[in-house]
Design a protein around this ligand. Sequence first.
Ligand code: NDP
Length: 322
Amino acid sequence: KTVCVTGASGFIASWLVKFLLQRGYTVKASVRDPDDPKKTQHLMALDGAKERLHLMKANLLEEGSFDSLVEGCVGVFHTASPFYHAVKDPQAELIDPALKGTLNVLRSCAKTPTVKRVVLTSSIAAVSYDDKPRTPQMVIDETWWSDPEYCTRVKKWYVLSKTLAEDAAWKFVKEKGIDMVAINPPMVIGPLLQPTLNTSCAAILNLVNGSETYPNSTYGWVNVKDVANAHILAFENPEANGRYLMVERVAHYSEIVNIMRQLYPTYQLPEKCADDKPFPAKYNVSKEKALSLGLKFAPVEQGLKETVESLKEKNYFTPITI
Ligand code: NDP
């Protein structure tokens, strides 16, 4: 069976490609620059890659760029989307590739009768950003949508890009009769297969890199291997439908640092919060639907350990000990 993955060299997609190859799929994988070994070498080194991985060039902003990638595929995993926060032109750098790029990929799917299902890598960013106060009783579930007006007001451009992209994707697939499932992860951690540093692992690097403070933020956290597996389960299970929130745990950075202190008692880790505002109120995210896919969530402790070990092995930092 042939499937394709957009943005294959990314953090999540590299694990997805690895697991798809392990399960015997033939994988067509898009990268922006197939001549850049930093984007391709780790993929071509995966088990089964020589025989069953086909790298192709495609760009989200080029109309029709994904036609030949999607051709002949039963499944399409659309993961490509820029994820970083330091942007000068949010429209051009984040919103256009996310929104127009998703519709571009879906238009290729609409033209391709072999495609049975699309799995979209969305985000908790498309779910939980609004100005409703959080409470410990609150349970965020798959029915929630982030508020684009709020995201614009507080200049959360990445969050806005994911919200607009997922919303437009659902409208498009309903109109065209395409079967789509969305996976909505929060902060994704775990070992890096790719040689470059992605945004969510950079957040963990910041904590071990001599920083004196941690951000005053509460996020959901999940392991990259669980996210990659969820994509495959959502593709393979005919009953899968709608969105799947993938949150193992909601934790403030102070709790993340505490876990890291237990894992690495000799490391210098940030002692203080970056500001003296109260910590944001905790809330819950429903796990029920994600668990119905048949996966078990690896605990955040494991993901943090795997991230730190991987960053160390790749020489992103040298531990500062106390
Ligand atoms: P990475 O930065 O590692 O990967 C992003 C991928 O998107 C890269 O492969 C990149 O290609 C590709 N991309 C960006 N712009 C374009 C473009 N114009 N044309 C083609 N490809 C493009 O990020 P992650 O693995 O973390 O993210 C993957 C997906 O998961 C994204 O959709 C992201 O929004 C989502 N996500 C990530 C979370 C996380 O915490 N990591 C949480 C929730 C959702 P190239 O290699 O060529 O730069």
